[in-house]
Structures are given as structure tokens and as C-alpha cells.
Design a protein around this ligand. Sequence first.
Ligand code: NAD
Length: 237
Amino acid sequence: MERTDEMTGPSLVVLTGAGISAESGLGTFRSRDGIWAKYDLYKVATPQAFASDPAMVHDFYNLRRKACLKANPHAGHTALACLQREWRGEFQLITQNVDDLHERAGSENVLHMHGELLRARCHSCGHRWPAPRRMDPKDECPKCFRAATRPDVVWFGEEPYHMDEIYRLTRLAEVFVVIGSSGQVYPAADLADIAMGRGAKTYELNIEPTGGPFISGIYGPASETLPEWVDRLIGAQ
Ligand code: NAD
């Protein structure tokens, strides 16, 4: 978040979750037909799962990477990128999503707190590089040459990325908006509360109310509500 002299609007932090990518065809996690209804999270999204069955974990993420590469951003993603360009105050987009739809819609400097499907990481030395379409337990790290490559995503029980910066931005936010997140995954779920405790106005955009700490919300599919909301915000500056 960079401030320049001609900026006049309040600082705005937007946190997105799986709901913003639902209409692009990438399932959410907690809905009745969501990803966790089909997979046991302890078998595919924990360090223990990777230690006991890396092939199964890679299969799961290979499928998700394939779906991500087939998906396209929708009007909601595009509207957020437009908001970043037009907003006359500081702006920061934080996402819990591991897809790259925000970037493909034109958003910049996105903080991916749960990592990125299209990046690979060495479980041994920590080196990171662009992921191939399919990853395999036998793949070697290009730096240390150990066969310890993993998707660069944050698994349950691991510390999310960029948390110092995310807490700093959350405490400074004057407006904090959560889009398409159930508020059930921590520490992301705490952020709106922290922002509100520091005096920020907090809002949510979701298909239905989540009961989170928001002064108000806009409810409906993100591809429809976001373009209208962004138009209104930009128009009111
Ligand atoms: P979640 O599945 O727990 O909640 C999704 C939220 O989106 C729900 O509140 C739901 O009501 C809302 N929603 C569903 N369809 C919507 C739509 N069309 N428009 C607006 N809102 C809609 O997801 P979460 O809160 O992000 O947390 C779960 C975890 O899921 C995160 O850690 C994230 O990394 C991971 N995840 C990411 C992806 C992705 O990268 N696309 C997909 C699935 C899960």
C-alpha cells in the first residue's frame, strides 16, 4: 500500500475468499457440494498427509491446478482490479485464494496469504519456482536437487504468508471489506474483527450473510454485486 500526495480517500483493504472464484468454476470449500465434501482435508491438505502420501497430495493439487488454468476471471475480479486503479486512497488486496484469477483480471501486488497453486516450493530448502502443470513426488528441487517438491500452498496447521504485513495493513485500514469468505478459517477470520476494533468501517459482500463483524453487507453473486459496488465507490469519490 503506497501513499502519494494526490491521494485523498480513506485507506481500503479488501480480503477475498473462495466465494469470489465460485462463479469462475472453482469450488468453494465449505458449501454442501464444496471441496471438503469430496475430499478428506486431513488426507490432502496437511503436512502429515504430504509426509505419508505425497502422490495423493500432488494428485489433489494437480487437479486443482488444472481447474485453475481452465478457469477465467469474471466481472467481479475485473471490477476489483479497476477499483485498485481508480481508488484515490491507499488500497490493498489480500486473498485467501490460491488461484491467480485476481492477477489475470489485472490486480497488482496481491497478498496471497494461503500461497499460490501455480508456484512450487521445496519442502527441504524452501526454494520457490513456477509450478509445472503436473507435480510429482519424484520431481527435484532446481536448487538443492532433493525430491522434496510441494505446491506452494499453506496447509492446515501451517503459518499463512505475509502475516506481519497483513496485520499492519489491517490495523491501518479505514475501510475493510470481506468478499466471498465464510469467516471460518483462521487467522483470516480474525481480520475484520481486528480492523473494526481499530475503528475501521467493515463490510461484507457475499451470497448470504455470514454473521461476521460487519456494519453492513451486500448480498448476491460476486459477478453481479461487485461491478455495481465498485461503480458506486468510484463514482462517490
Ligand atoms: P469458504 O468455502 O469457507 O467460504 C466461501 C464463501 O463464499 C461462503 O461464505 C459463501 O457464502 C460465499 N460464496 C459462495 N458463492 C459466492 C458467490 N457467487 N458470490 C459471493 N460469495 C459467494 O472459503 P474461504 O472463506 O475462502 O475459506 C476457506 C479456504 O478455502 C481458504 O483457505 C482458501 O485458501 C481456500 N480455497 C480457495 C479456493 C481458490 O483459490 N479458488 C477455492 C476453494 C477454497
